[in-house]
Design a protein around this ligand. Structure first.
Ligand code: NAD
Ligand code: UD1
Length: 336
């Protein structure tokens, strides 16, 4: 089976690439390296000792993408490429609508041109907005509260219409909060810009790049007052894509799945686990709530368990152990 990965050099894409190669799929990566580096491609080769193709191509470039399809003829596309910062999406919404929405439409057009009829799409729990009940199942209403979230929901809808109209197949995965790294410490989360997510910031405090962690709010209605999230090990998340490929063997044409653990941890709990695993103090200051933040987000992942035969296996301690290992080995990302 030939699988094309857009954004396959990125954080989730590179971990998924490892799992696909371990499962003997033929893989081709398309990435413009806007938020990654060719070094991660070499490192995946190092981990897997397997061959795969890489093309430095922007998904918005119809001609360049067509050439890749012409030569590789993918049967399935796993679509990670896109921009993912909520903060940046408030400052530059058009970048998000161009890269995420236009880029996806361009990709679907090229897929049509080459009769590729199956797509797995990286969506986000951010499409649910502020939850009305917990844990969040796939029937929860969608109500994103930022341009990034709007762009993700738009692409979900476009893909759904595309599958229905042309009798194509789609599997939409709504990721909760991916953290951790490959146990080799060779690949992990990297961002060209200053990170906004919790774990990459704690990692920076751990190696002394930042003085302290700012905890955004201790007055939420949670047991310790800090925000609660469903943190999932990136390797478990990567494996959900292999499960997604098998979903296409079934009769259903299009479906959406939460990809999370079903368990929540607060910011204070994460700091405490990190300190225990890293054997180092993580200094913090409590600040006011961050714009757009919600109190709690925890997945009901039972649909993925029943219909994809997938569930998260690794623990939060595993994820943090691998995050510490990644940062110790790569204090400056790929450029040590
Ligand atoms: P990432 O930035 O590490 O990976 C995205 C990759 O896509 C990068 O390698 C980047 O260079 C590439 N890319 C971006 N625009 C491109 C374009 N126009 N053409 C070709 N390549 C392009 O991000 P990630 O964390 O691996 O996220 C992957 C996907 O998962 C994204 O679509 C993101 O919205 C979604 N997602 C991520 C999270 C998260 O917390 N990391 C949560 C929910 C959903
Ligand atoms: C953020 C995005 C969300 C996106 C997700 C994964 C916002 C408002 N939301 O979600 O749309 O899908 O990342 O990319 O940006 N925290 C701190 N200090 C920090 C950073 C975070 O206390 O320096 C807290 C947050 O308040 C939150 C928790 O840590 O309670 C997790 O934050 P983060 O990793 O940014 O994820 P989300 O808020 O879930």
């Amino acid at each position: 089976m030939r699988i094309l990965l857009t954004g396959g050099a990125g954080y989730i894409g590179s971990h998924t690439l490892v799992e696909l190669l371990a499962n003997k799929y033929k893989v081709c990566v398309v990435d413009n390296l806007s938020n990654s580096n060719i070094e991660f491609i070499s490192r995946v080769q190092n981990i897997t000792k397997k061959e795969f193709k890489f093309n430095l191509v922007d998904i918005c470039d119809h001609n360049a993408l067509s050439k890749v399809f012409e030569s590789f003829r993918p049967e399935i596309v796993i679509h990670f490429a896109g921009s993912k910062s909520v903060k940046e999406s408030f400052d530059n919404p058009l970048k998000y609508y161009k890269n995420n929405v236009f880029g996806s439409i361009n990709l679907l057009n090229v897929m049509d041109k080459y009769s590729c009829s199956k797509i797995i799409f990286s969506s986000s729990a951010t499409v649910y907005g502020n939850p009305e009940y917990l844990p969040i199942d796939e029937n929860h209403k969608v109500s994103p509260s930022n341009p990034y979230g709007h762009s993700k929901l738009m692409v979900e809808k476009i893909i759904k219409d595309w599958s229905t109209t042309y009798n194509n197949k789609s599997c939409i995965l709504r990721y909760f909060n991916p953290i951790g790294a490959h146990e080799s410490g060779l690949i992990g989360e990297h961002s060209h810009d200053h990170p906004n997510n919790l774990l990459p910031i704690i990692e920076n405090v751990f190696i002394g790049k930042e003085n302290n962690l700012k905890i955004y709010g201790n007055n939420y209605k949670t047991p310790d007052g800090s925000g609660i999230r469903d943190y999932i090990h990136v390797v478990d998340l990567a494996k959900s894509h292999v499960a997604g490929i098998k979903f296409f063997d079934g009769t259903k044409s299009s479906d959406v799945f939460n990809i999370g653990t079903g368990k929540g941890n607060s910011v204070f709990e994460i700091v405490s686990i990190y300190e225990k695993v890293a054997k180092k103090n993580i200094p913090y200051v409590v600040e006011g709530r961050r714009k757009g933040d919600i109190s709690e987000s925890v997945a009901d992942p039972s649909k993925a368990r029943t219909k994809l035969s997938w569930k998260a296996e690794l623990t939060i301690e595993d994820a943090i152990k691998h995050s510490v290992n990644w940062k110790l080995k790569n204090p400056n990302g790929y450029n040590n």
